[in-house]
Design a protein around this ligand. Structure first.
Ligand code: M3L
Length: 264
């Protein structure tokens, strides 16, 4: 199994994250002090995503990354490989994402003077507390909603990227850096726009069991959120998600392609 894609995914994910950090900080109201936790998590998750994507494509089409420009795979294969990558990375992402969401949500009481100290002191303390209070399975709270969010939208992510690269590149050639940046940026936007409704649900499921009422399942959470807050609830965070998605994924794809080109 070729490992370059795993390593390139690792590094490119970390680079994309550095660029998206200011956006995430806005989203988190400046909560994260250090970047080591988000960097470690995105590195693992992105490595799994790109590694599985590329190796699934290899299994489906019998072409390696280098051969794929000359013999482009079909969009159906790209979509299937993207979905497979999205499905498997969701399980690696789930505990990290849960910790991120739990930490994000304690910024509010913290802002008020005289309020009690935050429940979680940092990522490691948060993971240990969830493990103790909610058991090992507690670390995977919301994982099913996350899988539903990421499986199809990672297919959309790679299809948008490959489609835009293909359209603006002469047959058999490698896409230019500008093309990779724009295609990567739009891949980020299309995937985040389609992922936002389930992103809202996922975050609610992750907060359940803490101070929010528990939902019976993903469907129950969808129905009760829509009933109580209207359909607009599914578009919460759409603007910030899209604004962040462009630079993060432009840099992720550019560094990914660059590294693979360097090592071939
Ligand atoms: C599938 N979904 C839309 C959720 C994510 C797609 C892009 C992933 C990237 N690491 C980022 O953070 O933007």
């Amino acid at each position: 199994m070729p490992v370059e894609e795993f390593v390139a995914g690792w590094i490119s994910g970390a680079l994309g994250l550095v660029l998206g950090y200011p956006f995430d900080t806005v989203k988190l109201l400046g909560f994260f002090k250090g970047m080591s936790f988000p960097i470690a998590s995105i590195a693992v998750v992105n490595s799994v995503l790109f590694g599985i994507y590329s190796n699934t494509l290899l299994a489906l089409t019998a072409t390696s990354h280098q051969e794929r420009r000359a013999q482009p795979p079909s969009y159906a294969h790209i979509f299937m490989a993207g979905c497979t990558g999205g499905f498997l990375q969701a399980y690696f992402l789930a505990p990290f994402d849960l910790i991120k969401v739990r930490l994000q949500n304690q910024t509010e009481p913290r802002a008020k003077p005289g309020s009690p100290p935050p429940r979680y002191r940092g990522p490691v303390h948060c993971a240990a507390s969830i493990f103790q209070e909610e058991g090992p399975r507690g670390l995977f709270r919301g994982a099913w909603a996350l899988t539903l969010r990421d499986t199809p939208t990672m297919g959309i992510y790679f299809i948008t990227y490959e489609c835009l690269c293909h359209q603006s590149t002469p047959e058999g050639q490698n896409p230019s850096s500008a093309t990779v940046l724009v295609a990567g940026g739009f891949a980020g936007i299309t995937s985040w726009v389609t992922a936002t409704p389930l992103d809202v649900i996922k975050s609610r499921m992750q907060m359940a069991g803490l101070n929010q009422r528990a939902h019976r399942g993903v469907l129950d959470c969808i129905v009760s959120s829509a009933r109580q807050e209207g359909l607009g609830v599914f578009f919460r965070g759409l603007t910030i998600n899209s604004a962040r998605a462009f630079p993060v994924n432009a840099v992720t794809f550019l560094s990914y392609e660059y590294l693979l080109h360097l090592w071939q």
